[in-house]
Design a protein around this ligand. Structure first.
Ligand SMILES: Cc1cc2nc3c(=O)[nH]c(=O)nc-3n(C[C@H](O)[C@H](O)[C@H](O)COP(=O)(O)OP(=O)(O)OC[C@H]3O[C@@H](n4cnc5c(N)ncnc54)[C@H](O)[C@@H]3O)c2cc1C
Length: 459
C-alpha cells in the first residue's frame, strides 16, 4: 500500500495510507488462493465473504464486489482501515504461512472507496416497511451496524447520539490520519440513504430514558451501544497536575473539536511545540494520542509501556508507522509518580523499569518492577491511555437492566438480549473496550435477534 513518507506525514494530519490504484488492487486480488474452506471468512466477526468479493475485483466488477461486502458489513471503508486484520481475516490467510497474507483489509478499503466514488445514492433501495420502530442508543460501530442491518429488514430505525457528531470512537477517538472524517461521513450518509434516522445531542438517561422511549415514544425495541468511554487513571501521585490528560480528552479535543486546526476552530490545546510528551499505554488509543502529539509539534514523543513490544495490543501497522515517524518506544517502563514545577504543571515522570513474571489473568506475563531502577523522565505533557470503563448513565436510569460487577451491561452472547424485555445491548458496553469489528459483530447479532423478536413477538 503506497503511503506518505514518514518525514512528511509526521507533521500533517492527512491520511498515512494512500490507497490502491485499480491495477494494484487487481494484482493483489490475483494472489488469492480461493481456498475451499476459507479461514479468512470464518475468522471475520461479521463473516465477510472474502473469496467472493476478491474474485469480483479480479473480474473487474468493483461495484459488485462492494455490494457483496455490504451483505455482511455496512462499514467497509472503516473496517478496511482500522480492523486488526492480522487477528482476523489475514491471520487466517493460508498464504501468510509461507509469504505475506493477502492484503484483505487494503482490498476492502479499495472496494469501499471505489463504491463511494461511483455510487448513485438515488439507486439505494429501501426495504418494505414492517411498521416496527427500533431505537439505537449510541452511534459507534455497534449501533451503526445494528441500524444498517435493521433498516434493511424494513424496520424504522432512529439512532440517538449524545455527542454532536455521529460515529462514536470513529469520530472522537481515531485521528484523521488513520480514518478521515470525510470517509466516516460518507458511510453515515449511505446509512441515511438506506433510511436510518439520526438525532444528535441526546443523552439517553438524561434527555430521555429507555422507558420513555419504549412507553411514550412507542419504540418496539431498543439497542444499547454506548461504548466504554469513561477514562481510567493509575491512581499515582501527581495525576491531577496540569499537563496530565486522559487520552479520551486529548483525542476528543483534537479530533472532534479540531484543535489541530486552531485558530480556524475555537479549541485551544496546551502548546506542545518542542516539548517532551509521553503516552502511558500500548494500545491503539496510546499510539493515536502520541502520533497526534507528534503532529502538533511535540519535541520528543515517547510511549511508556509496562510490558514488552510483543504484548502490545495496538495494530501491527500502527506500531510500524509510529516507529517510522520517530516515536520513541520505552517498553518495560511505567510511571510511578508525576512531578510538578512550582506552578502546578507537570515537569517530569518518575518511572521504573519492569520485567515480566508469570502470566496473569489476561494470559499475558505480569510486569514486575525492577528494584532500584527508578529514573526521572522530563515531561511537559503525559497522556493516560491505560483503558476505559463503562459510563453508568443508561444503566443507572433503566430499572431492571442487569449489569456485572464492573458496571457493564449483561447481555446474552448470541442474542445480545439483556434482562429487560425488548432491550438489547452490544459492543464495548457489554464486553469492555475491544475492537471495531467485534462491536460490529455484536450489532449484527443484535439486529438478527431484534428482527426475530419483532416478527415473532417471542422473548
Ligand atoms: C483512540 C482509539 C483508537 C482505537 N483504534 C482502534 C482500531 O484501530 N481498530 C479497532 O478495531 N478498534 C479500535 N479502537 C476500539 C474501537 O474503536 C471500539 O472498540 C469501538 O468503537 C466500540 O464500538 P461501540 O459501538 O461499542 O462504542 P463507541 O464507539 O464507544 O460508541 C458509543 C457511542 O455511544 C454514545 N453514547 C454513550 N452514552 C450515551 C448515552 N447515554 N446516550 C446517547 N449516546 C451515548 C457515545 O457518545 C458514542 O458515540 C480504538 C479505540 C480508541 C478509543
Amino acid at each position: 500500500m503506497p503511503e506518505q513518507a514518514a518525514c512528511v506525514r509526521a507533521s500533517n494530519f492527512t491520511e498515512v495510507n494512500l490507497g490502491y490504484s485499480t491495477e494494484l488492487a487487481r494484482q493483489e486480488a490475483l494472489r488469492c488462493l480461493e481456498c475451499a474452506k476459507p479461514a479468512c471468512t470464518n475468522r471475520c466477526p461479521v463473516g465477510v465473504n472474502v473469496r467472493e468479493f476478491v474474485q469480483l475485483i479480479v473480474a473487474g466488477d468493483c461495484m459488485a464486489a462492494a455490494a457483496r461486502i455490504r451483505q455482511d458489513n455496512v462499514l467497509p471503508a472503516i473496517t478496511g482501515r482500522v480492523c486488526p486484520q492480522e487477528d482476523h481475516c489475514e491471520g487466517g490467510c493460508l498464504m501468510g504461512k509461507k509469504v505475506q497474507s493477502l492484503g484483505i483489509g487494503y482490498l476492502e478499503r479499495f472496494v469501499a472507496d471505489y463504491e463511494q466514488q461511483h455510487l448513485d445514492f438515488a439507486k439505494i433501495s429501501k426495504a418494505i416497511p414492517t411498521g416496527k420502530k427500533v431505537a439505537i442508543v449510541g452511534s459507534g460501530p455497534s449501533g451503526l451496524t445494528a441500524a444498517g442491518d435493521l433498516v434493511q429488514r424494513g424496520h424504522q430505525v432512529r439512532v440517538f447520539e449524545a455527542l454532536h457528531e455521529i460515529g462514536g470512537v470513529l469520530v472522537y477517538g481515531i485521528p484523521e490520519f488513520r480514518l478521515p472524517k470525510k470517509i466516516l461521513r460518507e458511510q453515515v450518509d449511505y446509512l441515511r440513504a438506506m433510511g436510518v434516522e439520526f438525532e444528535t445531542d441526546v443523552v439517553v438517561g438524561r434527555t430521555v430514558t429507555i422507558d420513555e422511549l419504549m412507553n411514550e415514544e412507542a419504540y418496539d425495541a431498543v439497542f444499547i451501544g454506548t461504548g466504554a468511554g469513561l477514562p481510567q487513571f493509575m491512581g499515582i501521585p501527581g495525576e491531577h497536575l496540569n499537563g496530565v490528560y486522559s487520552a479520551n480528552e486529548f483525542l476528543t479535543r483534537i479530533n472532534l473539536m479540531h484543535a489541530y486546526e486552531f485558530p480556524r476552530y475555537d479549541e485551544p490545546m496546551v502548546d506542545l511545540v518542542g516539548r517532551p510528551v509521553a503516552v502511558i499505554g500500548g494500545g491503539n488509543t496510546a499510539l493515536d494520542a502520541i502520533r497526534s502529539a507528534l503532529r502538533l509539534g511535540a519535541g520528543k514523543a515517547s510511549v511508556l509501556y509496562r510490558r514488552s513490544e510483543e504484548e502490545m495490543p495496538a495494530r501491527a501497522e500502527e506500531v510500524k508507522h509510529a516507529k517510522q515517524e520517530g516515536i520513541d518506544f520505552q517498553v518495560l517502563t511505567a510511571p510511578i509518580e508525576f512531578l510538578s514545577n512550582r506552578n502546578g504543571w507537570l515537569k517530569a515522570a518518575r518511572c521504573v523499569r519492569m520485567e515480566l513474571g508469570e502470566p496473569d489473568a489476561s494470559g499475558r506475563r505480569r510486569p514486575m518492577p525492577v528494584v532500584g531502577s527508578e529514573f526521572d523522565l522530563p515531561l511537559s505533557v503525559a497522556i493516560m491511555a491505560i483503558g476505559t470503563s463503562a459510563n453508568p448513565i443508561v444503566q443507572s436510569t433503566t430499572p431492571g437492566l442487569a449489569t456485572n460487577q464492573r458496571g457493564y451491561i449483561q447481555a446474552d452472547e448470541n442474542s445480545q438480549r439483556t434482562s429487560r424485555k425488548g432491550v438489547f445491548a452490544g459492543g464495548d458496553i457489554v464486553t469492555g473496550s475491544a475492537t471495531v469489528i467485534l462491536a460490529m459483530g455484536a450489532g449484527r447479532r443484535a439486529a438478527k435477534s431484534i428482527h426475530e423478536y419483532l416478527t415473532t413477538g417471542v422473548w
